[in-house]
Ligand binder design. Structure first.
Ligand SMILES: *Cc1c(COP(=O)(O)O)cnc(C)c1O
Length: 437
């Protein structure tokens, strides 16, 4: 057996971190042994392949199930059985105020005040809810600027909002495209397009991390540029939340929304989340659609006429809390909180850099990594674009118990997730590619 033993100092552009990586299993295992987050993997269920845990690189699509969910779900069912309607006040976590348990932890994850965040609805619904408040076209200010190739749901949401107000999407939506020969969109191109659109621009709505390339945009610079021309800035954080540190409040972002079943491991179709900056959340004059759960809590059961929005993002709530759905979110955030964003990001930077280092040793397969190479411009995901043989590589991976993600026509996306992926997982992935003819 020939042991490939490469020791290379892997220098990262624009980063102070320097790693000394090696492309062999012993090295990978030794990194797992000193990884303080390694034990967290035990808290999740892994799908099985030939009697072993799969190497799961799909946390950017659907995070794994925390083992604690079934126990907590059982407890919630018991509360319902025992208390019936009284569970609204007598359940271990009373259903009346269930959504409050998320405020503090979500605020830390997205960098906000507690009143600026809420767990509610689902992602696309939240996007629509928030655009009803923040896309209020008037006169010559009616355009929305977004990235080309946005996730389809975002494209449909923006298209139909524009139509709802009587505009033609062809005219009202400005899409920013990558430069020739690239897959990435330069932040400076977005900023320049905002300046150019000027007072025709009502809203900038961008995916914080692009689902396809894994590119993280400069949300602060984009927000600043939007405000300078009098437009709002909102972001879909589906691929950013729980993936990298965010500072939505300090960046002055107007609104954001996310799903919780990707990096936040809260289960398929899980409850979504939203951020509204306090300057808007505390402005009762800003239009929002009303529902009883968004109303002032004190008068919620008075059944009176007249919607009085409560303080903050929670006033965008419509219905009472989807409790069973939130049980999984609660269980998942418990784990997330214990691991800590700072440690997670630190490991994530190293884990993804290791995967990148390993992939760069592969020279006999025709692919490029289209994700930015600068760690500041990406989360954990790497997207591999194949000139050919992509499907064949994907099938070999699947055959060997790797769960990755195939995007037509030729991209394999992999997400080494710091909460449950290991350095050895990355090595195993690399070994399969290395051994292909
Ligand atoms: C995953 C994802 C969605 C999915 O939206 P749902 O409403 O949760 O089905 C939407 N937008 C982006 C950018 C996504 O990555």
């Amino acid at each position: 057996m020939s042991v490939l033993c490469i020791s290379i100092v892997f220098l990262q552009a624009m980063s102070s971190a320097t790693y000394t990586f090696e492309a062999n299993r012993e090295y990978a295992v030794s990194q797992d042994q000193v990884d303080i987050l390694f034990p967290f993997r035990e808290r999740f269920h892994f799908p099985q392949h030939n009697g072993h845990d799969v190497r799961y690189f799909c946390g950017n699509s659907l995070g794994l199930q925390p083992k604690s969910v079934s126990y907590l779900m059982e407890k919630e069912l018991e509360d319902w059985a025992r208390h019936g309607v009284e569970g609204h006040f007598r359940a271990a976590l009373p259903w009346f105020s269930y959504h409050h348990v998320f405020a503090e932890r979500l605020s830390e994850i997205v960098g906000a005040d507690k009143d600026e965040v809420v767990a509610m609805n689902t992602l696309t619904v939240n996007l629509h809810m928030l655009m009803l408040s923040f896309y209020r076209p008037e006169g010559k200010r009616y355009k929305i600027l977004m990235e080309a190739g946005a996730f389809p749901s975002d494209q449909y949401a923006v298209e139909t909002q524009v139509r709802m107000h009587g505009y033609d999407p062809e005219d009202a939506i400005i899409e920013i495209v990558p430069r020739h020969g690239s897959y990435l969109i330069e932040d400076i191109d977005i900023v320049n397009a905002i300046i150019e659109a000027g007072d025709s621009l009502a809203l900038v709505m961008i995916g914080g991390v692009n689902y396809y390339t894994g590119q993280f945009f400069d949300l602060e610079a984009i927000t600043k540029a939007a405000h300078a021309v009098g437009a709002y800035a909102g972001f879909d954080l589906a691929h950013a939340v729980g993936n990298l540190p965010l500072k939505l409040h300090d960046w002055n972002v107007d609104f954001a929304c996310w799903c919780t079943y990707k990096y936040l491991n809260s289960g398929p179709g899980g409850v979504g989340g939203a951020f509204v900056h306090e300057r808007h959340g505390n402005n009762p004059k800003l239009f929002r659609l009303g529902g009883w759960w968004g109303n002032e809590e004190k008068t919620r059961f008075k059944m009176q006429k007249g919607f009085v929005p409560q303080k903050g993002a929670a006033s965008w709530q419509q219905s009472n809390a989807p409790v069973f759905n939130m049980v999984a979110h609660n269980a998942a955030l418990d784990i997330y909180e214990k691991a800590g964003m700072k440690q997670l990001r630190e490991k994530s930077l190293m884990l993804t850099a290791y995967m990148e280092f390993l992939l760069r040793q592969i020279t006999h397969l025709p692919f490029d990594i289209i994700t930015p190479s600068e760690p500041e411009r990406r989360g954990c995901q790497l997207s591999l674009l194949f000139k050919d043989r992509g499907r064949e590589v994907f099938e070999a991976l699947t055959h060997h118990g790797v769960v990755a993600d195939w995007r037509e026509p030729n991209v394999i996306r992999i997400a080494p997730v710091p909460l449950y992926n290991t350095f050895e997982d990355c090595y195993g992935f690399y070994e399969i590619l290395k051994n292909m003819e």
